[in-house]
Design a protein around this ligand. Structure first.
Ligand code: F6P
Length: 341
């Protein structure tokens, strides 16, 4: 078989580990041939691809990013996009695709599969918000980067007796904030799932200062106070309609200073969380996803996605990738509240 591989959506550490595993097993065990489509769905849409054999995947296991490039191109929004992809695959004698991506990329994969394109999906995202898998790779790396940042902020916060606010990614899910906040010993964690009371946040901050320590507040980019924040200018949206998030830490900075009189400073971690080398956990998960994805393609089990269930990798219907967004349950969040203040 000739199989196309693509990586779509926001990149994350571990993408190259999947590509390497797919190609290494696909060539060595099954004798398949691969092409790498560039920049997510833009590749098959515009027939932009590069060779992808064992020489091309040597040495990429520890590298962050993706050697194939990524984009948020949505072929379902392009005139005749689906037909163009099907025609390009047929012209290139590509039998099927392995699409590595999050909710959006896999949503397109699922729609294409329903229209006759052969696809196997592999879930990735630092947000860890896909309901059909226990974990996505990229998440563990992002959490460790954020945790290290919190560790560093503790010491400088103490020196200056400031309240330091760390804004982390995660879109509409608070997984990164929750895990990094618990692991880093944050004094307040704010997640999108639960609108927060600014007065209560300030009480925690006062309490922390009274105990002669300086507070660290971890806030997810999608978190908001009860009643919402005053409308900012219309934020830009991507091809999937997602608004560009960010800024809540700076808003909180002003509120905390105004209400408590303590100096507050914001750190927005941003894309640092998505860059660099993957953790061991993410390398292993990504590698196992890649091995199972090529098995699925070899066995003709198109329309499926690899999923981590406890310690096993299983195949689930591709359509389940976008069926349910996995959010932080309130009961889990409440477990961490004992450390607030
Ligand atoms: O989905 C991954 C993610 O990093 C989110 O946490 C974040 O909101 C978004 O992507 C940022 O996307 P971009 O890099 O396109 O601005």
């Amino acid at each position: 078989m000739r199989i196309g591989v693509l990586t779509g959506g926001g990149d994350c550490p571990g993408l190259n580990a999947v590509i390497r595993a797919v190609v290494r097993k696909g060539v060595a065990e099954f004798g398949h041939d691969f092409v790498g489509f560039r920049d997510g769905w833009r590749g098959p849409l515009e027939n932009d691809f590069r060779p992808l054999g064992i020489p091309e995947v040597r040495g990429i296991l520890p590298r962050g990013g993706t050697v194939l490039g990524s984009s948020r191109t949505n072929p379902l929004k392009e005139d005749g996009g689906v037909v163009r992809i099907a025609e390009n695959l047929a012209a290139g004698e590509v039998d099927g695709l392995i699409a590595i991506g999050g909710e959006d990329t896999l949503g397109v994969a699922s729609a294409l599969y329903e229209r006759g394109v052969k696809v196997v999906g592999v879930p990735k995202t630092i947000d860890n918000d896909l309901g059909a898998t226990d974990y996505t790779f990229g998440f563990d790396t992002a959490v460790n980067i954020a945790m290290e940042a919190i560790d560093r902020l503790h010491t400088t916060a103490e020196s200056h007796r400031r309240a330091l606010i760390v804004e982390v990614m995660g879109r509409h899910a608070g997984w990164i904030a929750f895990h990094a906040g618990v692991a880093g010993g944050a004094n307040v964690i704010l997640i999108p799932e639960l609108p927060f009371d600014v007065g209560r946040v300030c009480d925690y901050i006062e309490r922390r200062f009274q105990s002669q320590y300086s507070p660290i507040i971890v806030v997810a980019e999608g978190a908001a106070p009860e009643g919402g924040v005053p409308e900012a200018d219309e934020a830009p949206r991507d091809a999937f309609g997602h608004v560009r998030l960010g800024g809540i830490a700076h808003w909180l900075e002003g509120e905390i200073e105004r209400r408590t009189g303590h100096e507050a400073r914001a750190t927005v971690l941003g894309h640092v969380q998505r860059g660099g080398t993957p953790t061991a956990f993410d390398r292993v998960l990504a590698t196992r996803f890649g091995l199972h994805a090529i098995d699925a393609a070899d066995q003709g089990r198109w329309g499926t996605m690899t999923s981590l269930q406890s310690t096993e990798i299983r195949l689930v219907p591709l359509s389940s990738a976008t069926a349910e967004l996995k959010l932080v349950p309130e009961s889990l969040y409440r477990e961490a509240e004992v450390f607030f203040g």
